[in-house]
Design a binder for this molecule. Structure first.
Ligand code: T5A
Length: 209
């Protein structure tokens, strides 16, 4: 595969969407062909799965293992339908969340079995890992303070407790320590422009953009 898979990760409101847009504009200005996608919801099937995963369901809670399997199903479809073909065509793919989200949210957040998560990630990706993962590190409180609207506007996962989101944050920290060649931490609390410049520098160094 000749393209590059660049993943953006972090807690709610860390600035992924903002930075992916800026990164896309920058790469395109260099004449690079870019695809922007996300998980969950990067395919037609995934859009349905995203709705099922994120809509509020107070009266009929989604079981933790069901949630895990739905994220894995979304990923399997995304890898086959979008990621592999576009990488094979030489595209740069900017992907909002990938396997580390499942480890952080379902593993550290929900406390599900890590080896089960790794097995499902392997099945869903058939071994496709990112060339680079940018972890936008912001405090959970900072991320939530950036989210517009009140608590009623938050989706099913965002509505989890602060303790849950702190465990997710801890998960990202552990993942970055365990995979230094793949995951690069960027201080997401800096200004949008500064974060964007830092990401450009990392892409130049790591991917020779
Ligand atoms: N999930 C996902 C799992 O549990 N398991 C999995 O396996 C996967 C794949 C997906 C949800 O699913 C969960 C995780 C999530 O809960 P999502 O679409 O990723 O949801 O939604 P969020 O993470 O909530 O993404 P958001 O769009 O809310 O946040 P972003 O994209 O991180 O942040 P962004 O860029 O939209 O910015 C938020 C606000 O902050 C401002 C922006 O202007 C915007 O208003 N902002 C800044 N303000 C100040 N300084 C900066 N540097 C700023 N950068 C952005």
């Amino acid at each position: 595969m000749s393209g590059k898979l660049i993943v953006f990760e972090g807690v709610e409101g860390c600035g992924k969407t903002t930075q992916m847009q800026l990164c896309c504009q920058w790469l395109e200005s260099l004449g690079i062909s870019v695809i922007v996608t996300r998980e969950p919801g990067g395919t037609e099937l995934g859009i349905h799965l995203r709705r099922l995963l994120l809509e509020k369901s107070e009266d009929k809670p989604v079981a933790d293992v069901t949630e895990l399997l739905l994220y894995a199903a979304d990923r399997a479809q995304h890898v086959e339908q979008e990621l592999k073909p576009n990488l094979a065509a030489g595209k740069y793919i900017l992907c909002d969340r990938y396997i580390d989200s499942t480890v952080a949210y379902q593993g550290y957040g929900r406390g599900l079995n890590m080896s089960l998560i790794e097995k499902l990630n392997d099945i869903a990706t058939s071994g496709l890992t990112s060339d680079l993962t940018i972890w936008l590190d912001v405090d959970v409180e900072v991320g939530f303070s950036r989210k517009r609207g009140d608590a009623a506007g938050l989706d099913r996962i965002e509505q989890e407790t602060i303790a849950f989101h702190r465990r997710v944050q801890q998960g990202y920290s552990q993942l970055a320590a365990a995979h230094p060649s793949r995951i690069v931490r960027v201080d997401g609390s800096l200004s949008k422009e500064t974060v964007s410049s830092l990401i450009q520098e990392i892409l130049r160094q790591r991917l020779q953009v």
